[in-house]
Design a protein around this ligand. Sequence first.
Ligand code: FAD
Length: 339
Amino acid sequence: MAELDEADETRLAGRRRDTLRLVTGAEKLDVVVVGAGIAGIAAAAELNEANLRVRVIERANSVGGRMTSARLGDARFDHGAQFFTARSRQFKLLIEMAESAGVVTEWTKGFDAEPDGFSRWCGVDGMADLVDFMSSGLDVQLGVSASDLRAHPARAYVVTPPLPQTMAILQESNLLPSPSLTTRLTKKITYRPTIAVLVTYTGSTAMASHGGSQTPDHEAISFVGDNFAKGVSAERSLTFHLSEPWSNDLWDASDQNIIDQTWVAFADRAGSAKLVTAAVYRWRYAGPTRRWPSATEVWGDAPVVALAGEAFKGPKVEVAFLSGQAAAKAVIERLAIAK
Ligand SMILES: Cc1cc2nc3c(=O)[nH]c(=O)nc-3n(C[C@H](O)[C@H](O)[C@H](O)COP(=O)(O)OP(=O)(O)OC[C@H]3O[C@@H](n4cnc5c(N)ncnc54)[C@H](O)[C@@H]3O)c2cc1C
């Protein structure tokens, strides 16, 4: 186990031990972070630790972004990210803290018949648990959709939604980067969609006891997660992520058609499971198709603007976390110079 010091604990979990500074309406914030996914909350925790007045605005009514869960009756589904791995020191430390607090748990050490021994982590009650844990003590305003950022005055902005949404916010705010960076970002960062199919069932499947099946080369289904076996759902429930070709081909198909085709494609792993209810969720911006070479992009000084999120360096929870931290560090440097 890696050793934690107090600075690590406060920075990583956004849990300042002193009193949270409340910002009055008239007081200008140092930084506004757009988006309460893991990148935005990681950035906010780092900025908060640097003693900056930071507020996160999030258009949804909960934190987590693409680390999220849905309900169908009493069944619960992780329907975005299914698990996360931890390779960097900083992320490992966070996961250790979250595990000690009973927030995350190891799901499995691998999905293949012979596990590779590398931990796959998940939230105890759902994938948003980790972000929820990190956001404790931070100023997070839910249900606030950013459009023109001039309505949220600050010395700096960290913007974390998927790039098309980010660029729309920046355009509205008259904060786009140089024309050449704008062109490079919009040309390079494009997204693949993923259709998620959520199914409740009776009986038992023929999947491994951990309930995860990762099949990136399968023509129809790239991942199946059994939320019951995973411990997230009290009812038997499966999350299917369709492959990129199927997600593209079926994007405009009816929900019933998608459900029927998914269940047929699952036949070899279905065992005695009988489908009871089902729903479809379409992730338009499931993940970037190419990697941007740096963890953040920063420009300007009044205000400073930094971009963060999984589009920067790779399509994973941990990468989004590291990108949020990188953006925060870049903003801290620029604001220090601007003082
Ligand atoms: C189907 C699917 C499966 C995945 N599986 C895995 C996996 O198994 N393992 C893994 O490591 N990664 C996985 N990922 C990727 C992982 O979910 C992402 O890398 C990570 O969650 C992205 O975090 P983020 O903070 O960059 O973006 P997001 O989580 O998307 O956060 C951006 C936030 O910005 C908010 N927002 C958008 N517009 C506005 C606005 N105008 N105003 C205010 N807020 C706004 C959004 O509501 C959102 O909360 C998966 C993703 C998907 C979609």
